[in-house]
Design a protein around this ligand. Structure first.
Ligand SMILES: [Zn+2]
Length: 294
């Protein structure tokens, strides 16, 4: 079944394998984005990696994965809740030509100098943790591997692939404790390295694991469903407009007859006419909390 993260454990070593294959959730995520092929595929790989990250780390709230670079791909942003509600967006420099072969995990030509910031917002404790990772080897997967190594102290390998229909990822991790022999970990990596982008896109989790580890003893655990979820809401947009100030909002109204705000993630359109705008500033105080649109 698609749109889930499926974990497997080696029976005789503390090694975890996770496979994610997003189809409908991924198509929903990017359908409102008008991106070039290359940027769409990057966003898909980022979405798959973010879903894998969210099932690996213990948190209650959400995870932000934000790539910023001075290359044509200015910004990649994926967010995932602990319930695996996923959304994402990308911003590309004007006139950038970002075409590339489907599935290839390379940032070469897309991102220049830059970094990936991974922020974990624990809403229950109202705490934020942030790890900053340089873009490694022109690859999103390498950058995530570096993050796991540095921030989570979990030796991790990751393979990502995406096209317009499917966003997939394979992750293997050497879990703390246990009696994993070095040769077991090396063998698990060697076998995983034989996976191709076409296989990641075309096979489901069970087929991927069978293809790589048919000679090993692995136990399948319950999969966790991933869905597209955007938390934008009119009251958040209202709070942003209130933050802009009455004069600014009146200027836009005078110029355009209405205020139109589109969600960067899902494309939802929020419209405010004169009456709505007047209501925003009726009592002089924000009507809702300090939520931002994003
Ligand atoms: Zn939205």
């Amino acid at each position: 079944m698609d749109d889930q993260v499926v974990p497997y454990l080696f029976e005789h070593a503390s090694i975890r394998v996770q496979v994610v294959r997003l189809t409908r959730a991924w198509q929903m995520l990017h359908r409102s984005h008008d991106l070039s092929t290359g940027a769409t595929h990057m966003l898909g790989r980022c979405a798959a990696a973010t879903a894998l990250l969210a099932t690996t780390i213990k948190f209650e709230g959400r995870i932000n994965v934000q790539l910023q670079s001075d290359g044509p791909l200015r910004l990649l942003l994926c967010q995932c809740t602990h319930e695996l509600g996923l959304r994402g967006m990308a911003r590309v420099a004007d006139a950038a030509d970002l075409s590339e072969a489907a599935g290839r995990d390379s940032l070469q030509g897309l991102a220049g100098k830059g970094h990936i910031a991974i922020t974990i917002e624990n809403t229950r404790e109202d705490k934020r943790y942030q790890g900053i990772t340089p873009i490694m080897n022109d690859s999103l997967a390498s950058s995530f591997e570096y993050y796991f190594d540095q921030s989570e102290q979990l030796p991790t390998r990751l393979w990502l692939a995406a096209d317009a229909q499917t966003a997939s990822g394979l992750m293997i991790q050497r879990m703390p404790g246990g009696d994993t022999r070095e040769e077991d970990w090396e063998r698990a990596q060697r076998l995983a390295e034989t996976i191709t982008a076409d296989e990641l896109l075309g096979l489901d989790a069970q087929e991927v694991v069978r293809r790589l580890y048919h000679e090993e003893d692995l136990r399948r655990l319950d999969g966790r469903p991933v869905r597209f979820y955007c938390r934008c809401a009119r009251h958040s947009v209202s709070a942003v407009l209130q933050g802009l100030g009455e004069a600014e909002v009146q200027d836009i109204l005078a110029e355009q007859g209405r205020v139109k705000v589109n969600c960067d993630f899902c494309g939802e359109e929020y419209l405010y006419d004169h009456v709505d705008a007047a209501a925003l500033f009726a009592d002089g105080t924000p009507q809702q909390g300090p939520d931002r649109v994003q």
